[in-house]
Design a binder for this molecule. Sequence first.
Ligand code: DGL
Length: 270
Amino acid sequence: MLNVSGNNAIGVFDSGLGGLTVVREIIRLLPEEDVVYFGDVARLPYGNKSRETVIKFSVENSLFLLSRGIKLLVVACNTATALALEFLQSIFSIPVVGVVDPVVERVAKMSPNEVAVIGTVSTIRSGVYQSRLREFGVSRINAKACPLLVPTIEAGYVGRPICDEIIRDEISPVLGRNTDLLLLACTHYPIIKRRIKTLFPKVRIVDSALPTAKAVKKLLDDYGIRKKHGVGTLELFVSDMPNDFEAIARKFLGKDMDDVKVRKVGDVLY
Ligand code: DGL
């Protein structure tokens, strides 16, 4: 039996603000739910860090969200999901959902001929996507780390010619002649999805945001902890406030920040 009520919030964390692309879909799908987000902006990126460090950071982020009384935890970071999800699921009693399995299931249903997977160095090196896709019957897979994409997005370069140049340079090598589906295995990448589509119009592009939101909805129903009424709130906690924070956050969230409560908690956390 879970000791939580439907009125508790959904907790979501990422290494930074990329996980807000998942929050955006959760809010669209479950507008009555309260969401508490933690973005570990001060310690970003996770994508080049070791398993031990990513597990340590993920536990700390989760404990902070648990202290807010959440009913379900979403690991909205591919790197943290790849390296820390199983550990988090083994130590916490509330449901913990990551971003890998929901999108892998979605991809398998699309019966692709050949899948290209792009993500951070740690995500690709973990081999989690490659093995989960195989378990779901997808056998032709090319995977490649694209370490320049996250810094380019964080720097606000999206839409500039240099951004397109970097996208082309990072993604072209992973697309074979038979590749018909590109899996964006990083929660930052939905921000450049349209640019990727323009540059590589022939491949279908899938990211984890909507599949993860659907998995959250299903879990809430399965556990009988879905909030049925009211209008949800969004609280945003960060471990640092970078310059242009509002503009970056708005881009990831896809909406104004006027009704979003933002707090910096770095000093309290660690
Ligand atoms: N958003 C993170 C992910 O999905 C990538 C950013 C980072 O390297 O921390 O893997």
